[in-house]
Design a protein around this ligand. Structure first.
Ligand SMILES: Cc1cc2nc3c(=O)[nH]c(=O)nc-3n(C[C@H](O)[C@H](O)[C@H](O)COP(=O)(O)OP(=O)(O)OC[C@H]3O[C@@H](n4cnc5c(N)ncnc54)[C@H](O)[C@@H]3O)c2cc1C
Length: 387
C-alpha cells in the first residue's frame, strides 16, 4: 500500500524494500525467540552501503543527509524488520565527524564507511543517573598519556557487536564542575582491546530482541588520543548526535506505524465475520483511519526536523517533537493492528505481537515522553521549570 509520505527517496526505498524481502517474518521471529543478533541482515545492509549513507563522500560514505538515513530505517521497520540492531552504525560516527581531530576522522571514518569497523555502541545511561545525564559518575582519570576509566553503564545496546564505543564519562566531578553539564568528556573505547582488560559486558534480557547490556569499567586504560573534542565539553559534543538519533528513531516509528496500518487494513478487508469483511464496520475502519492520520502528521514532523538538522539549524525541539509524535503514532497503530487481528494478533506467526512489543520501546528510549513534554513546556511555552 502506498502512503502519502512514501514519496521521498524512491530509489533508496525500493532498494531497501528489495533487501528486506530477503529477511521476512520467520527470520525475525526465530531471532526474537532466541534473542539472537541479526548478523546476516546487518551484513547485507552494510554491504549494500545503507549504513554509511551519512558519512561524507571524502571518507567513503554516500554523503547523503539525515532524511536519506530516515528513509532507510523507515523502510526496514515498515517491512516488519528492526533497525535497532544497527541503526547506531549510521549516526554514532557523527560525534567524530563533527568534533573529532583530522587524525581521528582519517583513522575511523573510512573504515566505518567500508564496514570494517563497527561503531554502534553509545554509552551514556547509568543506573543511578537515569535521564539526568549530569549525574553520571563513570569517571576517566588522566594518567600521563592515558585515561583510567571506572564506573558502570546500563542499557548500552550492541556493545557485544561493536568494535568501538563512544563513551560519555566524567573527567571532572559534578560538584567541582563550573556547571552540572560541564566536566564530561567523550572517549572512543576500542572494545576489542577493552573486553576482559577492565571492561566487562553483561547482556540484559528484555521484552524485545535488542542486544542491550550492562557495562562495568574497572581501571580500563584508554589512550588519551581517543578523547574526542575538548575535555570537559563532552555533553555539548553529543547533543547534535542525540538530535540525529531522535529523528532517525522517529523515522523507525513511522515505518512501524505503516507496517501496522498495512497489516490491519489488509486483514480487515480479508477477514469475514457475520457474513461481511470486518473492515466494513466503521468500528473497525475508523481506528485504522485515525492511525493513518496520526502517522501522516508525525511523518511531516520528522521531515521538518530532518530538514532543519540538514540545514545545520537548531532542531532540538523539533527532533523531540518528531520523536514524541511518531512514537505515539506507532504505538496507537500497534494497538489498532492488534485489536483488528483479534486473537490472531497474539499469534507469533502474524508478527503483530512482536512488532507491538518492539515499538513500545520508543516512548522510553532514547528519551522518554515526559522529558520531551517537559522540554516543550519549559523551553517553548515558558512554563516554570519543575526540576
Ligand atoms: C532497550 C533499551 C536500549 C537502550 N539503549 C541505550 C544505549 O544504547 N545507550 C544509552 O546510553 N542508553 C540506552 N538506553 C537507555 C534509555 O535512553 C533510557 O532508558 C531512557 O533515557 C530513560 O531513562 P531511565 O531508564 O533511566 O528512566 P528514568 O530516568 O529512571 O525515568 C523513569 C520514568 O520516570 C520519568 N521521569 C523521570 N524524571 C521525570 C521528571 N522530572 N518529570 C516527569 N517524569 C520523569 C521518565 O519519563 C520515565 O518514564 C536504552 C534503554 C532501553 C530500555
Amino acid at each position: 500500500m502506498a502512503h502519502d509520505s512514501d514519496e521521498t527517496f524512491p530509489e533508496i526505498r525500493e532498494a531497501v524494500r528489495r533487501l528486506c524481502a530477503r529477511f521476512p517474518g520467520p527470520y525475525w521471529r526465530a531471532l526474537d525467540r532466541e534473542r539472537a543478533y541479526p548478523t546476516e541482515f546487518v551484513a547485507a545492509l552494510t554491504e549494500a552501503g545503507f549504513l554509511s549513507v551519512l558519512i561524507p563522500e571524502e571518507f567513503g560514505g554516500s554523503g547523503l543527509g539525515l532524511a536519506a538515513g530516515a528513509a532507510v530505517l523507515e523502510e526496514i521497520h515498515r517491512s516488519g524488520g528492526n533497525g535497532g540492531a544497527c541503526h547506531a552504525q549510521m549516526y554514532t560516527m557523527g560525534v567524530i565527524l563533527r568534533h573529532g581531530s583530522a587524525e581521528q576522522k582519517q583513522a575511523y571514518l573510512p573504515r566505518i564507511a567500508a564496514g570494517e569497523l563497527r561503531l554502534q555502541a553509545f554509552g551514556v545511561t547509568e543506573p543511578d543517573a537515569g535521564t539526568d545525564t549530569t549525574r553520571i559518575t563513570t569517571f576517566a582519570r588522566r594518567d600521563g598519556d592515558r585515561y583510567i576509566v571506572n564506573g558502570r553503564k546500563l542499557w548500552i545496546s550492541r556493545a557485544e557487536h561493536s568494535d568501538l564505543m563512544v563513551l560519555l564519562c566524567r573527567t571532572t566531578a559534578r560538584a567541582e564542575a563550573a556547571k552540572p553539564s560541564a566536566g564530561m568528556s567523550v572517549l572512543i573505547v576500542d572494545m576489542r582491546q577493552a573486553v576482559g582488560k577492565g571492561l566487562t559486558i553483561q547482556p540484559v534480557r528484555t521484552m524485545i530482541n535488542h542486544a542491550t547490556t550492562e557495562l562495568l569499567f574497572e581501571d580500563l586504560s584508554v589512550p588519551a588520543a581517543n578523547l574526542v573534542g575538548e575535555e570537559g565539553q563532552g555533553f555539548r559534543h553529543i547533543l547534535d548526535g542525540m538530535n540525529a538519533e531522535r529523528i532517525l528513531i522517529a523515522a523507525e516509528c513511522i515505518g512501524d506505524a505503516k507496517f501496522f496500518i498495512d497489516r490491519a487494513s489488509a486483514y480487515a478487508k480479508d477477514r469475514e465475520v457475520f457474513g461481511r469483511p470486518i473492515g466494513q464496520n466503521q468500528g473497525v475502519q475508523f481506528p485504522i483511519a485515525r492511525a493513518y492520520v496520526q502517522m501522516t502528521a508525525a511523518s511531516l514532523m520528522v521531515e521538518r526536523a530532518a530538514a532543519l538538522f540538514e540545514a545545520g539549524q537548531s532542531c532540538g525541539t523539533e527532533a523531540n517533537m518528531a520523536k514524541l509524535a511518531a512514537s505515539e503514532a506507532s504505538w496507537y497503530a500497534a494497538d489498532v493492528a492488534l485489536q483488528t487481528h483479534g486473537g490472531f494478533g497474539f499469534a507469533e506467526e502474524f508478527d503483530i505481537e512482536r512488532k507491538f512489543r518492539e515499538t513500545r520501546l520508543y516512548q522510553v528510549a532514547p528519551i522518554s515522553t515526559n522529558l520531551i513534554l517537559s522540554h516543550v513546556a519549559t523551553h517553548v511555552l515558558g512554563l516554570p521549570k519543575s526540576f
